[in-house]
Design a protein around this ligand. Structure first.
Ligand SMILES: C[S@@+](CC[C@H](N)C(=O)[O-])C[C@H]1O[C@@H](n2cnc3c(N)ncnc32)[C@H](O)[C@@H]1O
Length: 421
């Protein structure tokens, strides 16, 4: 690794092979004992280590254990912020395979962090140059890229500790002539209390700022830039965008400056494999084709990524006998349950028990009359304060039973439903 900055001795030691036995021993202790007991036992086992090295090993082991619970492999080096910002293993692997399938064989990751995207790209067989501005993160990045054991990942990699938005650095990177560039801007800023970072909503305050990424898109040759942005970001039309959902949470919006997939907007939802829904071009379709109709026996709650990419109507068209509850609603309604794996991934089905008034007082009476004391409140479609409504209804939260609030014409409708799967 080319790095200009010096690390703390304990951090440098962590990246050396000499630290491995101590980190392994610390990992066992932090998983089985309280922090204090683990520290005491560790000091007894490694009395010769300086206190700063012992603290570093215990911290590395604690973060490694937290990372493993998020699905990352064991044995990587983490910082707390780096772990928060890292792409999840499934999502990183998806991006790497999209790039590989698009014929990309070399890439520069200009904001590599601790290397979770870079690792996936290496594992997919790409030659990777990984650039990271923070010296500690860059040192851990080099360790993490070197720790890949998968035999397919035999392509070379190069780690650079540098500010990739610096014109001189950028000029050097251009000289490498990669087939594509990848940017995952840091979207966290230090909070005013000084110890926790908080998400930054203004893309111009990301590092590097979004305008830098747009400039890169128009100045690199070949013009292939991939980026990772927050799920709530609204990309300009020239980007091919895919919203990615894991465990019914939209984890990112993945952008590509060139056509790596057919539709300009799509989503990918994970359930034992990726399920993609493409959004057809809004101008090419009549939205009323599968518009509203009577409520049938099922209400279908669609994965949020489908809604985010604008493919709700496309999904309704895909499921025979299904239509929107209303053109303003995010709920679909159907008579029969499609039990295919794809539909299990894309929708959650609820049996409609009854339509009830949506006004809180009347709704409370309706719930009482039916003996309902617990229900999830599905309020995503309507502008109501779910916590205040729950208080007024005096119901506990629930997994199986729910009240769905949705839009209909100029007003709201509410339904008591029961989860089918
Ligand atoms: C969101 S993290 C990247 C996470 C990475 N994709 C992963 O999955 O592990 C962004 C990283 O970019 C680094 N960074 C921000 N601005 C940079 C710049 N101008 N040059 C190089 N690195 C930068 C930050 O220090 C941070 O580690």
């Amino acid at each position: 690794m080319e790095t200009g900055a010096e690390l703390e001795p304990a951090q440098r030691w962590l990246t050396s092979p000499a630290a491995a036995p101590a980190i392994t021993a610390a990992a066992e202790l932090v998983q089985t004992r309280s922090p204090l007991a683990a520290a005491t036992a560790f000091a007894q086992t490694f009395p010769e280590l300086p206190a700063a090295h012992r603290a570093a090993a215990l911290s590395a082991a604690t973060l490694d254990s937290a990372a493993q619970s998020k699905g990352y492999p064991a044995g990587l080096l983490w910082t707390r912020t780096g772990l928060e910002q890292s792409t999840g293993p499934l999502t990183a692997a998806r991006r790497a395979h999209i790039l590989r399938n698009a014929g990309i064989t070399s890439i520069i990751d200009i904001t590599a962090g601790l290397g979770m995207d870079a690792r996936a790209m290496l594992e997919a067989g790409l030659v990777v140059t990984a650039v990271e501005t923070d010296p500690t993160t860059a040192a851990y990045l080099a360790h993490n890229l070197g720790a890949i054991t998968q035999p397919a990942a035999d392509a070379p990699f190069n780690v650079r500790c540098a500010d990739s938005s610096d014109p001189a650095v950028l000029a050097e990177l251009r000289g490498i002539s990669p087939e594509a560039w990848f940017v995952d801007p840091a979207r966290r800023s230090a909070s005013h209390d000084g110890n926790r970072s908080r998400p930054e909503r203004d893309p111009e305050l990301w590092s590097p700022p979004w305008s830098f990424v747009e400039d890169l898109r128009t100045t690199v040759q070949p013009a292939r830039v991939a980026a990772k942005v927050a799920p709530g970001f609204s990309p300009a039309e020239h980007w091919y965008a895919e919203w990615v959902s894991v465990d019914r949470t939209v984890v990112e919006c993945a952008l590509y400056s060139w056509p790596v997939f057919q539709s300009q907007r799509q989503c990918a939802v994970w359930l034992d494999g990726w399920h993609v829904v493409q959004a057809s071009d809004v101008g090419q379709r009549e939205p009323v084709d599968v518009g509203s109709g009577p409520i049938q026996s099922l209400l279908l709650e669609v994965d949020p990524a489908v809604i985010r990419c604008g493919a709700l109507i496309d999904l309704a068209e895909e499921i025979p006998g299904t239509h929107l509850v209303d053109l303003k609603s995010s709920w679909l309604t159907a008579e029969h349950l499609d039990r295919s794996e794809r539909m299990q991934a894309l929708v959650r089905a609820y049996q409609v028990i009854d339509e009830v008034p949506s006004a809180p007082r009347k709704l409370r009476d309706a719930l009482r009359a039916r003996g309902i004391t617990a229900a999830a409140l599905k309020t995503g479609d309507v502008h109501i304060d779910a916590a205040a409504v729950r208080k007024e209804l005096r119901v506990q939260d629930d997994d199986e039973q729910a009240v769905v609030f949705t839009k209909a014409g100029s007003g709201n409708r509410a339904f008591i439903v029961e989860r089918i799967r």
